[in-house]
Structures are given as structure tokens and as C-alpha cells.
Design a protein. Structure first.
Length: 285
């Protein structure tokens, strides 16, 4: 290859300049509440390389310039946020929450005569959490004659919501589901060697998925919820944002309703209408 030809080839620089990193992290925080400290610079660069290729930019800095100049269109903002969100999730993750739900919350809701409970998986990722909730609710309702239930599942990332709606997962991912529930709520493929399984239609129809940004001033989720799970989301926000988000969530929670956060998260010293009733489990007062 001649020297001239080599000069025409794109050079993909793995580094984002300090100026562009500052601009980019500020934009991400403004739009999503997610904080990207300088220690996460390498992670951010890695996640944006696909977007560099997708828009045909010369390198990461050129991508940033095109983003801030508006040369790549407003839709690129959604792709940017999809790229930076963290989507780790598992069925029956942090199982003590679901044990408390089975032993305490659902019996209390049943004793109150609630005919239909409403629950919200806020930050649902690819759907393991809301489908776990559906399994727990359906199992309880089957054994106790109710209540009926509906689950709202929201996330900022439009890509993971599409995965969640399909309800198709690698076989290994559903292994944490107890065997009896796995037999009842997970469909095996016709071809035994196929790698994926699917959540049964009855549970898929009980969960409604929608895009929602925690930075919005209010959350249009309909009537107040009996249960809200917002787990392992707050850790990506700074403290003022955490408190603001939790206050907005509490406004969508029934009096006496329950909210659960991740085991590594805390609401200590926050001004919230909540009292602790279990391990990172709180009730609205």
C-alpha cells in the first residue's frame, strides 16, 4: 500500500480528548442522570466504538464533534444512551426480595382484599426482573385464588426493551428459576438442542413494557402502584439525583405500598416518606 493510500485510511483513535470527555459525560448526566467519572473513561470509549463505525466517523473525537454539532441527527442521542446504560440482570436476582414478597407482601395485599395488584419494575433491563415478579405473583394467585395482577416494566434503553418484549433467553439464564416454576412458566423449544427458551404467553401478556427516563419531571405510569422494584439503578446516579428519583417514585406508590432497592443502595439521610421493613425494602407511610 502506498503512503498516499495509507493516509486516506481512517485512523481509529481509542482516546477521547479531555474536552470531549467532559462534554460527553455532562450530556449523559443531563439526559439520563448517569454519572460517568473519569475513572470510567476507558469503559465509555469501548462502548462508543460501535457508534463511531455506525455513523461513519473518523474516530471517537470526530464522533463527539458530530454529536455536539448535530451532524448525526437527534436520533443518535438515543443510541448514545443505549450504549452507556448498564444492563446486567438475572432471574431471581437478590432473592431475599422475592422471599419477602412471598412471605409478607402478597399475604398482606390479599388480606386487604385487593382484587388486582399493580407492580412496577423500574429499570427492567432485558426483562428478567419483571418476569420473575410475574412468576411469584402468578404462583401465589394460583395457590390462593388471587389477586389478579399487572406489571409495568420500564427502561431508558430501547434496545433492551425489545429483548424483554420477546421474552426469549439463553437456557442458562433461567437456571436460577426454581424447578417447579421453570416447568410452569418457561417454554422449552421444539428442538431439544436449541439454545434458547421462552417465557410462557400468559406471563408475557401480564407485563407491559415502556420506555421511561428517570430524569423526566413526572412518571406517566397511571394509578399508584402496590409494589415498585427499582434495584441497582440508583448506584449510577449522584446523591441529589437519587433522592429526586426516589421522591418521584414514591409519588407513584400507594399509601402502605412497598418499594425495593438494590442491596448495595441506601436511602440513609434522605427526606422520603418511607420506613424500612426489610432488607432494602421500604413501606410508604
Amino acid at each position: 500500500m502506498s503512503t498516499a493510500a495509507r493516509a486516506e485510511q481512517p485512523v481509529f483513535d481509542d482516546q477521547i480528548s479531555s474536552r470531549n470527555f467532559t462534554r460527553l459525560s455532562a450530556l449523559i448526566h443531563q439526559l439520563s442522570g448517569i454519572k460517568i467519572p473519569h475513572t470510567k473513561k476507558t469503559m465509555l470509549e469501548g462502548r462508543l466504538r460501535r457508534r463511531v463505525r455506525a455513523v461513519g466517523a473518523y474516530n471517537l473525537d470526530a464522533y463527539c464533534d458530530a454529536l455536539f454539532d448535530g451532524a448525526v441527527g437527534e436520533e443518535e442521542t438515543e443510541h448514545l444512551l443505549n450504549a452507556v446504560t448498564t444492563n446486567k440482570t438475572d432471574f431471581f436476582r437478590e432473592p431475599k426480595h422475592f422471599e419477602y414478597m412471598q412471605s409478607t407482601i402478597l399475604p398482606a395485599i390479599g388480606a386487604a382484599g385487593t382484587r388486582r395488584l399493580r407492580a412496577w419494575s423500574a429499570g427492567c433491563s432485558t426483562g428478567a426482573e419483571p418476569y420473575t415478579m410475574a412468576m411469584v405473583f402468578d404462583d401465589y394467585a394460583t395457590r390462593n385464588g388471587g389477586p389478579e395482577y399487572g406489571i409495568l416494566a420500564t427502561d431508558l434503553d430501547s434496545g433492551v426493551l425489545e429483548i424483554a418484549r420477546r421474552g426469549i433467553y439463553p437456557r442458562a439464564q433461567v437456571q436460577p428459576v426454581p424447578p417447579a416454576m421453570r416447568m410452569r412458566y418457561v417454554m422449552e423449544p421444539l428442538e431439544p438442542a436449541a439454545p434458547d427458551v421462552r417465557i410462557v404467553p400468559a406471563l408475557r401478556s401480564a407485563v407491559g413494557f415502556a420506555q421511561l427516563n428517570f430524569m423526566d419531571a413526572s412518571y406517566p405510569v397511571g394509578d399508584p402502584m402496590d409494589i415498585i422494584m427499582c434495584r441497582n439503578v440508583l448506584i449510577y446516579f449522584d446523591r441529589p439525583t437519587q433522592e429526586a428519583v426516589l421522591n418521584r417514585l414514591c409519588r407513584k406508590l400507594k399509601q402502605g405500598g412497598w418499594i425495593m432497592i438494590g442491596h448495595s443502595e441506601t436511602i440513609a439521610e434522605m427526606d422520603l416518606p418511607l420506613r424500612q421493613v426489610g432488607n432494602t425494602t421500604f413501606q410508604k407511610v
